[in-house]
Design a binder for this molecule. Structure first.
Ligand SMILES: [Zn+2]
Length: 260
């Protein structure tokens, strides 16, 4: 593993308890590395679908970083030392905790993501991520519950690493949570849906919050936050249908995970 220092870090306020996976969502790993190591990024240097074409070329962007960048061919670059705080998670919440950059190690995986048609991750990349996360877990005494996607901690803002990330392979390696059964027979059945209200919604929200999601909707109201949390859950555990509706299969998978 090579080490290419990013200047974008500061001191941690909390010990490491999470590992957060991202896709870079940019044209390629080289451009992503430049952005992750740029202390004074400006809009004109990083044009892409994520930005208005009308933004001034010299408009400042927020500096960002991650501890690791996993390139398309599986090479892993260390950008920020693990004991420092990198700037990858932004505003987020998990298990009632915020300040997630302070508590996490950030891993950026070079992949165009939703803006570039959700390209597949390469086998070499996934093997590299498994190896890297295994090493991080061993160094910090972490287990499968510590591995999250960016969309889990910021479901209203983020969709990465996206529904093409093979979480089941991380689970097979003992590094990620995974339900025991697929509950396929319940797919599409009896959905609780955006706009619904009442005790059933309240029960669903209680389970989502127990799993870790930071819900912002009023209790019993299936609003945008509940929809976003269900969407994030489906990206990870039911990627065949990511529709933001809590159908029988989605609810069964959530209940299965909570029963551990
Ligand atoms: Zn991200």
């Amino acid at each position: 593993m090579s080490t290419l220092a990013s200047p974008n870090w500061d001191a941690r306020a909390f010990p490491i308890s999470l590992v957060i996976l991202h896709y870079t969502g940019m044209q390629n790993g080289e451009i992503a590395r430049a952005r992750l190591c740029d202390p004074a990024p400006i809009a004109g240097r990083y044009r892409g679908p994520w930005q208005s074409p009308h933004i001034a070329a010299d408009a400042p962007l927020s500096p960002v970083s991650a501890h690791y960048l996993v390139l398309e061919d599986g090479r892993v670059e260390g950008l920020v030392p693990e004991d420092k705080r990198a700037w990858h998670a932004g505003a987020g919440n998990w298990q009632g905790e915020s300040a997630l950059n302070d508590r996490s190690i950030g891993v950026e995986i070079a992949n165009g993501g939703h803006d570039f048609g959700l390209p597949p991750f390469s086998d070499a990349q996934i093997l590299a991520v498994i190896d890297l996360v295994g090493q991080i877990f061993a160094r910090h005494g972490l287990g499968p519950a510590a591995l999250l996607g960016h969309s889990d901690v910021a479901p209203l803002r983020k969709a990465d690493p996206g529904e093409h990330f093979p979480w089941h392979k991380l689970a097979q390696a003992g590094l990620a949570l995974w339900p025991r059964g697929g509950a396929e027979e319940l797919a599409g059945k009896d959905p609780i849906s955006p706009g619904d209200r009442g005790a059933q919604v309240e029960g669903l929200q209680t389970q989502l919050a127990r799993f870790g999601y930071g819900l912002e909707d009023p209790s019993g109201v299936y609003g945008m936050s509940t929809q976003a949390c269900i969407t994030a859950f489906q990206r990870r555990f039911r990627p065949a249908c990511v529709d933001g509706r809590a159908d029988g299969q989605t609810r069964a998978l959530l209940a299965d995970l909570l029963a551990r």
